[in-house]
Write a protein that binds this ligand. Structure first.
Ligand SMILES: [Zn+2]
Length: 152
């Protein structure tokens, strides 16, 4: 289980290597994504709180990257943080997420991106529930739910 200490270490020394890497040009991503998906994942946008389609959904399944379809989170580790964004306590696998130190807006935060295609997902904070104490605050636009047994 990852803790805040691991997150800080990954953001300073580098994250675990992904299983594979997906690289596309901005033009290609623009063609493949909706305008809002493109803004959030490729231009580090943030959707308005409580606006996301996945915010109040707790169906079983995996949450995959909207860009490259890599599983990022599981419904069993989703919780209601009350923030208006889908929130998780752990990634589905230790190497699913890449951690980047983010000093924009005069704050020190840790940005989380898809480790496979570098899609912007959101941020991780040290104020989540026990035992990990982590809160991955993720844009709905960055993910799609993949139900058990579904091909895509
Ligand atoms: Zn991805």
């Amino acid at each position: 289980m990852l803790t805040w200490k691991d997150v800080i270490s990954f953001s300073i020394h580098g994250s675990p290597n992904p299983d594979k890497i997906v690289v596309r040009s901005l033009e290609e991503w623009k063609r493949l994504l909706s305008p809002e998906q493109f803004r959030v994942t490729r231009q580090k946008g943030t959707e308005a709180p409580h606006s996301g389609a996945l915010c109040s959904i707790y169906d079983e399944g995996k949450y995959n990257c909207i860009c490259c379809n890599t599983p990022l989170f599981d419904a069993t580790i989703k919780f209601n943080s009350g923030t208006g964004w889908p929130s998780f306590t752990q990634p589905i696998k230790e190497n699913a997420i890449k951690y980047i130190k983010d000093e924009s807006f005069g704050m020190l935060r840790v940005e989380v991106v898809c480790n496979t295609c570098e899609a912007h997902l959101g941020h991780v904070f040290p104020d989540g529930p026990a035992p990990s104490g982590l809160r991955y605050c993720i844009n709905s636009e960055s993910m799609k739910i993949k139900k058990e047994g579904e091909e895509r």
